[in-house]
Design a binder for this molecule. Structure first.
Ligand code: TYD
Length: 210
């Protein structure tokens, strides 16, 4: 049975590489796969992504949260739900756990808000069957980000946040994992690309057999 699988982790954790490898491998297994991402998985979402991440604007935390949720709501209804209904495997780079880590925890909105109902509203019933969390030390993540920047790859507005922000994101993912172990698999993101990919394939292989 096809599934919605999400890839989560702090900036610079290496999840996007693994997402691409997993997509290629699943297709090789004869599965139909949609590889997508948040924010920016729809034409409207591409615009929301630009507004959120280009650095042209600095939304207040409340606005930032609502824009990520708006992107997700559009993406779920326009792309993810129809794909799942058509039997396609959906691999999504970031989903609601990112909102919990970045907006709720790192931006400190958790003191003001119970986000559960809002997350569910945007997800419209499309809850991930499985989430891979790429657990990377804050030092490694920052080094990878620096390297990316040195190689000329442009950083986004959130990459450029202070170290303390990234630390809060990192810590939040740990808490989210503790609370959702039936759905989330922790992967040691300091392992080699090949080792991590093998672990992912083994886990998905079991699902394919079910
Ligand atoms: P992206 O370039 O896709 O970064 P990465 O390769 O690290 O995933 O940018 C997405 C950024 O948006 C990233 O910094 C995390 C952030 N984000 C949130 O803050 N909240 C969210 O709900 C989502 C989906 C992403």
């Amino acid at each position: 049975m096809n599934q919605l699988i999400t890839f989560e982790g702090a900036d610079g954790c290496g999840k996007s590489t693994q997402l691409q490898l997993t997509t290629a491998w699943l297709r090789h297994q004869g599965k139909q796969v949609l590889q997508t991402k948040q924010p920016g998985g729809t034409p409207l979402g591409v615009e929301i992504r630009r507004l959120l991440l280009s650095g042209e604007f600095t939304p207040i935390p409340e606005c930032e949260l609502l824009m990520f949720l708006a992107d997700r709501a559009q993406h779920v209804k326009e792309v993810i739900q129809p794909a799942l209904q058509a039997g396609v495997w959906v691999l999504c780079d970031r989903y609601s756990d990112s909102t919990l880590a970045y907006q709720l925890a790192a931006r400190g909105l958790d003191e003001k808000l119970d986000l559960t109902a809002m997350l569910a509203f945007a997800e419209a019933g499309c809850v991930p069957h499985q989430t891979f969390w790429f657990d990377v030390s804050i030092e490694t993540a920052m080094l990878r980000l620096e390297k990316r920047q040195q190689s000329g790859e442009p950083s986004n507005r959130l990459d450029d946040e202070a170290m303390a922000f990234h630390q809060r994101v990192h810590q939040a993912f740990g808490y989210i994992y503790q609370a959702n172990q039936e759905r989330m698999i922790r992967l040691d993101a300091s392992a080699s690309i090949e080792t991590i990919q093998q672990q992912i394939q083994q886990i998905i292989q079991k699902k394919i057999r079910c």
